[in-house]
Design a protein around this ligand. Structure first.
Ligand SMILES: [Zn+2]
Length: 185
């Protein structure tokens, strides 16, 4: 019996013809609902119509361009993409049964953003501690903008006692960055 009747290029969730990154992160109906709450109404057309590479680059580098709340938009954008991806995987592979992933994408992204910002603050504070016995407590270099910063945040967190959120950020964004590098090129 043939159970998987959709073609490889078709979205198994909404039936759209092409299931690619653009569809999953931006055009999938549930993804679009999340973006509508975060993107200025007068910018929604450009947000939805620019090509996918520009979409990622613009969101990571120009927070003023699309976001309603521009504070840490690069982090929030990345977090939303990540939780959309997790949610979709849960729907596709676990029929949406994974308890943790069932929470709304936006809630998860906002909680994650708060942890990431707190971690950044702790890292910044540590930066200004005096060294002990001539040995630096931490080796720190200012992070580049965007996803690399995210990863650095996560690495810092363990050393600062934010173990749980550090583990969360590091695990998830370690794997995300691999995929992400492919798009930015
Ligand atoms: Zn779909």
């Amino acid at each position: 019996m043939k159970r998987h009747f959709v073609s490889d290029a078709q979205c198994g969730l909404c039936g759209a013809e092409v299931e690619d990154v653009d569809h999953i992160l931006r055009r999938f109906p549930n993804s679009l609902l999340v973006w509508r709450q975060l993107v200025r109404a007068d910018k929604m057309l450009e947000f939805m119509s620019c090509d996918i590479k520009s979409w990622i680059k613009l969101n990571l580098t120009q927070p003023h361009r699309f976001a309603i709340d521009i504070a840490d938009w690069d982090l929030m954008f990345g977090g939303v993409c990540w939780f959309i991806w997790l949610r979709r995987n849960d729907l596709v592979f676990n029929a949406g049964h994974e308890e943790e992933v069932r929470q709304p994408v936006l809630d998860r992204a906002r909680r994650w953003l708060a942890l990431a910002v707190a971690a950044q603050g702790a890292a910044d504070a540590l930066q200004h501690l005096p060294s002990q016995g001539g040995r630096e407590l931490v080796s720190w270099s200012p992070p580049p903008h965007g996803w690399v910063k995210l990863n650095t945040d996560a690495a810092r967190v363990d050393q600062n006692g934010y173990m749980s959120c550090g583990g969360l950020a590091r695990d998830e964004h370690g794997s995300w960055m691999v995929g992400f590098g492919k798009f930015i090129g």
